[in-house]
Design a protein around this ligand. Structure first.
Ligand code: ADP
Length: 391
């Protein structure tokens, strides 16, 4: 629809420019005819005779005509002749020999000067079209610029719309997958507990432990999923309010360390370094905890069987620098600038098929920025990743 409108505007412009060109040409032709008439009148004011081809001062006429043309602002290559209208023959010509001058693109103007109408001046103007077009360069340029600008805005518009559309699609995909994924752990955990309760599995310690383990795993997974949904809905609410409080960084790091050690499915070693020891930060406790928690979670997720995580914080010139460093699989440098994007996940190179929705870091960045802080990441493939947060 918009495209149709654009095409319409385009053709209207062409139509308008064409009309303008015709008008300009017509005006030019009127001017030239007027110049011929004026030059003739001036010539007559010097001599009383009625004109004939014999007594006419033709060179003088050609001169007067040139002056008239220049006065009208028409500076073009021309030649002037007297022609016999009956015999269609050139009688006189200035310059004498016009055979060498190409006739291409020229226009002739004829003005009869004797009473009988046998003879006429003939003015041949070369490249008149080009001249009119040249006078229109300003307006032509402006039109062209306008059309180009219109098309560029159209393309931009199209891009924005398409982007919006894919985002919408991703979102509905996400919701669909989520609903599906939420059901699975619920039914698995349900079946496991049901078996324990109703099929006498309690009596077999091996089976009992296995079923309890399955339930716990599924509930942990469910917890993760619910967290993702929470993260997403928090992000959606643009006017989210932070409730700021003073938080001790070493206490927070310690708490998170204990929490993740308890849940860890692999060998995780934490190093905590906060200087000064009693360093505090003013932040929203729950969100800030989630931020560091997410970074730790990623460090655990994107590593091999063992991972060393360093949590450090220090104060530098009224700024608090927090560092979360791991020696995991790292991020390819091409992907690094995009890891904070919504729904972005590094597709290749993950040794494990790690589950995720590409929301964690997006959430982290959103929260850090809401606290007027900045976050950046450095990474070397195969060596590890470091996240720097500055408040
Ligand atoms: P998710 O973990 O759900 O995929 P995130 O937004 O938390 O989403 O992370 C985006 C991507 O960045 C991940 O898919 C992963 O490839 C990469 N990534 C994040 N943290 C790390 C890390 N510590 N080490 C290596 N890769 C990471």
């Amino acid at each position: 629809m918009i495209f149709l409108l654009l095409v319409l505007v385009f053709f209207y412009q062409i139509f308008w420019l064409n009309n303008f060109y015709k008008e300009q040409s017509a005006k030019m032709e009127v001017d030239i005819m007027a110049a011929m008439k004026n030059a003739d009148a001036k010539l007559r004011s010097f001599s009383q005779n009625s004109f004939s081809t014999e007594n006419i001062d033709f060179p003088n006429y050609a001169n007067l005509l040139q002056i008239e043309l220049v006065q009208k602002g028409i500076a073009l290559e021309t030649y002037t002749q007297i022609i016999d209208l009956n015999r269609r023959k050139t009688v006189k010509s200035i310059p004498d020999d016009v055979s060498g001058i190409s006739k291409g693109n020229s226009k002739s103007f004829i003005y009869p000067f004797d009473e009988e109408g046998n003879y006429a001046y003939k003015l041949v103007v070369k490249e008149l079209q080009l001249y009119v077009l040249k006078q229109m360069t300003g307006i032509l340029g402006a039109s062209l610029l306008m059309i180009v600008l219109l098309f560029l805005s159209y393309i931009y518009l199209l891009k924005v719309i398409l982007k919006q559309k894919t985002l919408d699609e991703i979102k509905s995909d996400f919701v669909n997958n989520m609903t599906h994924e939420l059901k699975t752990p619920i039914s698995v955990a349900y079946a496991a507990t049901d078996a324990l309760q109703n099929y006498g599995m309690m009596d077999d310690p091996g089976k009992r432990d296995e079923y309890l383990k399955v339930s716990k795993e599924q509930l942990t997974h469910l917890n993760g999923l619910v967290e993702q949904i929470l993260v997403m809905s928090v992000e959606e609410r643009r006017n989210m309010k932070l409730s700021l409080e003073i938080i001790s960084l070493s206490a927070l790091f310690q708490q998170l360390k204990n929490q993740y050690l308890l849940n860890a499915t692999k060998n995780v070693v934490f190093d905590i370094d906060v200087t000064p020891e009693d360093l505090t930060i003013k932040a929203d406790k729950i969100h800030f905890q989630n931020v560091i928690g997410n970074l730790i979670e990623n460090a655990v997720k994107y590593s091999k069987e063992e991972v060393n995580i360093i949590l450090s914080a220090k104060k530098e010139k009224e700024q608090i620098l927090i560092k979360v460093q791991d020696n995991g699989i790292g991020v390819p440098s091409a992907a690094l600038p995009r890891i904070f994007d919504r729904f972005y996940r590094v597709s290749t190179g993950n040794i494990h098929n790690v589950k995720g929705y590409g929301l964690g870091l997006f959430y982290v960045k959103t929260i850090v920025e809401k606290h007027k802080g900045t976050i950046k990441a450095e990474s070397k493939l195969g060596e590890g990743t470091t996240f720097y947060i500055e408040f």
